[in-house]
Design a protein around this ligand. Structure first.
Ligand code: ATP
Length: 488
């Protein structure tokens, strides 16, 4: 039985992972909030990425740039002129759609109906029209294909317009003529404009990288896939600066390294794939997506792009400040130093929220289990999150078997010993089976039961989430045992 996205959305809400933003006002489209368990899981993912980048690679350092940037930044990056989606409105329902998505869905329909050639032809035609910016042609194609609005079931379409995805806000309290300030649609530009500040202050030698985690904003038109596509989201990006001519080597290195990261987190190799871009963006000479098989199909979680000297070159041109590096390594071909150049860039860019969703989809499992023995044996379904212990919101739950005989006090002692190293919780209420179930639902890898024997010999039972097996061990061994399991 395959897991549906709606099961995951419901689970995420019920157990405090993700809530719709402003839910009491019926929500704000494509914006979400993280609950008590969600924020822990997300912080763990971000921390692991950060450590993988800045700790495991000696030549990657971090920054935290502001969300607001000088408006010329977005002129230089190409976002003001080119960061558009083709938009079309339905006149009856007043609903807005992405024209390319409507056509893509139609193409998928042909494919599912056993006519992949027709689907491919439609996709190709759409690609041609969009490349030529023939928006009237795109509209005609929607009409010719008899595409109906999913809501009103009518084909009453407006003209197709290019819609810029950047949010803007009024920036100046002192100057009414000041241009609008944009909310950054990607974190990368904060890295590019700080290239020389970082290189000089941290005395970095090429090749080196700059990593950043931060919010980004895009006024996306489609919004049907939960936190997969949001209007406010978080990116984890790393720009790696290299000598021109070496970028393909680094592109391959990072491509492999990033895939290993996702596998180490528990995304199985069979549900990950590389998808090379058929059509390269104007700034790239190679680009690949790492895709994960979500319940709604293989979709991008991370992009790896070889961006050449496009970004630094553009900022050099618009700021009129040299964005060059002096490379004093000797070029064997000439016997002289490589000298001054604008570095090339290999970028890795992953959405924290998409990685969160992939992790949750992968971890969510419903399984049939048999409990008890003889007459009391029963079969039931259990739902659990098989999260990697390193990302689980709670690492261990401590349960006194009963609420008397000094067991709660003993449990509290253990809780106080472990809380400095791990996020642990203590639960006294309800039957122990019920307490196990609650921890399974949020993915806690270990439950520690304190019973009467504990009072005698200072041992506890540790129950394992995935196997439900229990091991008896001394209290003094807990820290080492949990520590080993939660390391990444
Ligand atoms: P898509 O094709 O899905 O719109 P993209 O190719 O525009 O994504 P990039 O600009 O390469 O995405 O951004 C890098 C990463 O940022 C993506 O791989 C994704 O994980 C994340 N991301 C981009 N847009 C969103 C969004 N609207 N909501 C959540 N995450 C996003």
């Amino acid at each position: 039985e395959t897991t549906q996205l709606k099961d995951i959305v419901a689970h995420a809400k019920e157990y405090g992972f993700v809530f719709q933003s402003s839910e009491i006002y019926d929500g704000l489209q494509a914006v979400y909030d993280y609950g008590p368990n969600g924020v822990e899981l997300k912080n763990n993912l971000k921390r692991l990425w950060w450590e993988a980048m800045t700790q495991l690679h000696g030549n990657v350092v971090g920054i935290d740039a502001a969300i607001f940037m000088h408006p010329l930044t977005w002129k230089a990056s190409g976002h003001i002129d080119g960061f558009n989606d083709p938009m079309v409105d339905n006149l009856d329902s007043k609903k807005r759609y992405r024209a390319d998505v409507l056509l893509e869905e139609k193409a998928a329909e042909y494919e599912n109906a056993g006519d992949p050639a027709r689907g491919a032809a439609l996709t190709a035609e759409m690609g041609r029209l969009l490349t030529e910016n023939d928006l009237a042609g795109v509209r005609q194609l929607i009409i010719d294909e008899k595409i109906l609005c999913p809501v009103s079931k009518t084909g009453n379409w407006t003209e197709v317009r290019q819609f810029n995805l950047m949010f803007s806000t009024q920036g100046s309290a002192v100057d009414s003529d000041a241009p609008p300030v944009y909310l950054r649609p990607e974190t990368a530009q904060g890295i590019f404009v700080n290239f020389l500040n970082v290189q000089k202050s941290a005395r970095m030698k090429i090749p080196f990288g700059i990593a950043q985690i931060g919010k980004a904003f895009r006024n996306e038109i489609v919004a049907r896939q939960f936190i997969f596509r949001m209007r406010e989201f978080e990116q984890m990006e790393m720009q790696f600066f290299v000598r021109p001519g070496t970028e393909m080597e680094w592109y391959q290195t990072w491509k492999a390294s990033r895939r290993r990261f996702h596998e180490a987190l528990g995304l199985p190799a069979a549900k990950l794939r590389f998808h090379d871009h058929d059509k390269l963006a104007h700034y790239a000479n190679a680009a690949v997506d790492i895709e994960y098989e979500f319940p709604f199909g293989f979709k991008e979680i991370e992009g790896i792009h070889s961006r050449t000297d496009f970004d630094l070159g553009q900022h050099q041109a618009l700021s009129r400040k040299k964005q060059q590096y002096f490379d004093n390594d000797i070029d064997e071909a000439t016997g002289k130093p490589y000298g001054n150049y604008v570095p090339y860039v290999v970028e890795t860019s992953v959405g924290a929220d998409r990685l969160f969703l992939a992790t949750l989809c992968q971890a969510y499992q419903e399984e049939t289990i048999t409990e008890g023995e003889g007459e009391a044996q029963q079969t039931k379904t259990r739902t659990l999150l098989r999260l990697h212990p390193a990302v689980a919101p709670v690492k261990a739950a401590i349960f006194p078997l009963v609420r008397k005989d000094g067991l709660p006090e003993k449990a509290e002692q253990i809780f106080n010993e472990l809380r400095f190293d791990f996020r642990v919780v203590m639960e006294e209420r309800d039957a122990i089976g019920k307490r196990y179930t609650r921890q399974d639902l949020i993915g806690t890898p270990f439950c520690i039961a304190v019973d009467h024997q504990t009072l005698e010999d200072d041992t506890v039972t540790v129950r394992h989430r995935d196997s439900r097996e229990q091991t008896r061990m001394p209290i003094s061994a807990l820290r080492g045992y949990i520590g080993e399991a939660v390391s990444f």
